[in-house]
Design a protein around this ligand. Structure first.
Ligand SMILES: Nc1ncnc2c1ncn2[C@@H]1O[C@H](COP(=O)(O)OP(=O)(O)O)[C@@H](O)[C@H]1O
Ligand SMILES: [Mg+2]
Length: 149
């Protein structure tokens, strides 16, 4: 599924749609250059989920967590990860336990140490806007894309 996102508001809206269409906690891999809108997408998702605070990019902290009454969101940005083994050292597996929605920026850098995604989103620059390519990686991901279209 390919979508044109003409401005920031449309990236936020795609994030909100992902939230509204989701029937169970899913795992998202986010691909795309610096500044392609990956963190913006997570912001839209969190806002739709009822989070009102600031959404920091986990570029330096590696991970940011958001606790909701019934679920949790884990936002990872692996851009600065030097060695995927570091994920083991920070106890990465525990981050994904329970009712956890996760968004992982630069998943390639954690290769071999991350659980598989349900959906991957590839963002790229397109004129002033962005293109998003959504690719399901399993049943739950397929259902989400069907719901979106
Ligand atoms: N569809 C869009 N069109 C134009 N600008 C966008 C769009 N989506 C996001 N942006 C802008 O791109 C910039 C970088 O976004 P960010 O989400 O931090 O990128 P990334 O996490 O991929 O590095 C932000 O200034 C944001 O407002
Ligand atoms: Mg980012």
């Amino acid at each position: 599924m390919t979508l044109l996102l003409r401005n920031e508001a449309e990236t936020l809206e795609l994030g909100a749609k992902l939230f509204r269409s989701m029937k169970q906690p899913l795992r998202f891999y986010l691909y795309g250059d610096l500044g392609s809108g990956k963190t913006t997408l997570v912001r839209g998702f969190l806002k739709a989920g009822g989070y009102c605070g600031a959404v920091k990019s986990p570029t330096f902290t590696l991970v940011e967590e958001y606790q909701f009454p019934e679920w949790r969101l884990v936002h990872l940005d692996l851009y600065r990860l030097a060695d995927p083994k570091e994920l083991e050292w920070i106890g990465i597996r525990e981050y994904f336990e329970g009712q956890c929605v996760s968004f992982i920026e630069w998943p390639d850098r954690g290769d071999g140490f991350l659980p598989q995604p349900d959906l991957s989103v590839r963002l790229s620059h397109h004129g002033e806007g962005r293109i998003a390519v959504l690719e399901p990686r399993g049943l739950a991901g397929h259902e989400l894309v069907k719901e979106l279209s």
